[in-house]
Design a protein around this ligand. Sequence first.
Ligand code: PEP
Length: 251
Amino acid sequence: TPAIRPLVAGNWKMNGMGESLAELRAIATGLSSDLGQKLDAVICVPATLLSRAAETLVSETVRLGGQDCHVKEIGAHTGDISAAMLKEAGADYVILGHSERRTDHHETDELVRAKTEAAWKAGLAAIICVGETATERQEGRTLDVIGRQLLGSLPDNVKSDTTIIAYEPVWAIGTGQTPTAEDVEKAHAFMRSELIARFGSEGAKLRLLYGGSVKSANAVELLGISNVDGALVGGASLKATDFLAICEAYR
Ligand code: PEP
């Protein structure tokens, strides 16, 4: 199988006002060296920052993403933003089905699947998140949960250039806790085999990110695990130095 180009994605969540654009600029500058040749990088900023962030990026070393989109393209949906709007504002990616959306906004696999189709239609690549809660893990249901979420959240015609999977154990997000390398390897090997079973050679090429308390201190270990093709980074994506230190794992 051909080598998969790594992707390191940042998720700023509901953080980042105008002054944060300096961090974005610093990330772009840091990746304009040979480091940027080794990976794809995307920062998913709050929607309010997208157009200014797009103007801020002087190089092509960093792409922009949104953190959610509506299933519809346009219409009476107060407070929502469509994939086409994200695209117009400068996004090339969108995170879908993040555990905070699944919890705070009761998003289901079916909805995530519909949003994925909407993202594709607008020309965005979808970063689709799956992952078990602490309780599900204690009950030994980790792989069941991931398998069900993958099955339900992914449409049938998945292409590896517009679909990225992020495995994010809910209990590892923002907690400083991470699974063991062995547990990550097991989860990613499971996802790979499920994806190949369903999508054939496209499944073999899909990028599988690990997310949950990734930082510079654990990046080399986590990103070195087989079938881990990058990271989805929350807290450590807010500062350019932290984000770039994680990207250094691929130098
Ligand atoms: C996330 O929210 O996608 C995430 C992985 O957060 P953190 O890196 O802060 O755990």
